[in-house]
Design a protein around this ligand. Structure first.
Ligand code: PAF
Length: 282
């Protein structure tokens, strides 16, 4: 496994030598790796010749300073995990290598900025769009891998790739869950034992809503019942619980089996903000 810290090193020393006939899979991460990231890596290793993983906690995608300050950094442990997965290359830049100057551009994803994550985390998607563009320009992958857990991020990244004509494919990998259903996230390690138990309120209500919807109950009535359940849990603070189209993020007021539909949720559990989603009609 080769670790490099500068884009120029990758491009001069490796990329030119490799690019002739090998396909490059790329898994961008912010580190604190878990089984969800490892599934992205396994998907990349299955479908490409060489896998590059980046680890970079991107400051410009955090709309909350405390969230950035408390974001777990576990580089030594991460590198061991990547070595075990036989990753070929790891890009581990410092802030200076990525942002010698603070970027002055902003990306605006239109309607996607006004709903769900876009609405609750102003500036977040601009930060994601800028970092993935930089990383795509540096690594020049053939396929980039992202998790379905960040469903709206996937929609944003597909816009970046399409609108800016990046010559690469975006592959999506299903959400990995703990045995009890909690979606894996680097933020889970910030939950106390009690919060970890309460965090199941997200997955349990997604499952409940899915079953109720599929048995013919009215969506808005289900949603109201779920909002009351969140209100009754002192450790939870619900940002949204919505039924949406998974690409346009149009919010549905009623369930239509002929339309692609996912339920998306975001809630604080204590000070930790968690998101999750469940496909109803994929
Ligand atoms: O999903 C993440 O971990 C981050 O948003 C990403 C895509 C690595 C960009 O910083």
């Amino acid at each position: 496994m080769q670790v490099f810290n500068h884009g120029a090193e990758w491009q001069k020393k490796w990329l030119q030598a490799l690019k002739t006939d090998k396909t490059i899979g790329f898994v961008p991460t912010m580190g604190a790796l878990h089984e969800g990231h490892l599934e992205l890596i396994r998907a990349s290793k299955k479908s490409t010749d060489l896998t590059v993983v980046s680890i970079f906690v991107n400051p410009i995608q955090f709309n909350n300073q405390e969230d950035f300050d408390k974001y777990p950094v576990l580089t030594t442990q991460d590198l061991k995990l990547l070595q075990k997965e036989n990753v070929d290359f790891v890009f581990l830049p410092n802030q200076e290598a990525i942002y010698p100057k603070k970027p002055i551009i902003n990306l605006d994803f239109g309607y996607l900025e006004r709903v769900l994550e876009g609405k609750f985390r102003p500036g977040h998607f601009s930060g994601v769009g800028i970092i993935v563009s930089k990383l795509f320009n540096i690594i020049r992958p053939d396929i980039a891998f992202f998790g379905q857990k960040d469903l709206q991020q996937v929609a944003v990244i597909k816009k970046v790739v399409g609108d800016l004509s990046f010559p690469l494919k975006v592959n999506i990998v299903a959400t990995v869950r703990e045995k009890d259903g909690l979606a894996l996230s680097s933020r889970n390690m910030r939950l106390s034992t009690q919060e970890r138990r309460k965090a199941l309120i997200l997955f349990n209500n997604l499952e409940f809503a899915k079953n109720e919807l599929l048995s013919g109950k009215n969506w808005l009535a289900i949603r109201k019942q779920i909002m009351l359940a969140f209100e009754a849990e002192p450790l939870a603070k619900l940002d949204y619980f919505e039924l949406v189209h998974p690409e346009t993020f149009q919010i549905y007021q009623e369930f239509d089996r002929s339309e692609k539909s996912f339920i998306c949720v975001a809630s604080f559990i204590g000070n930790v903000r968690l998101i999750d989603n469940l496909p109803i009609i994929p």
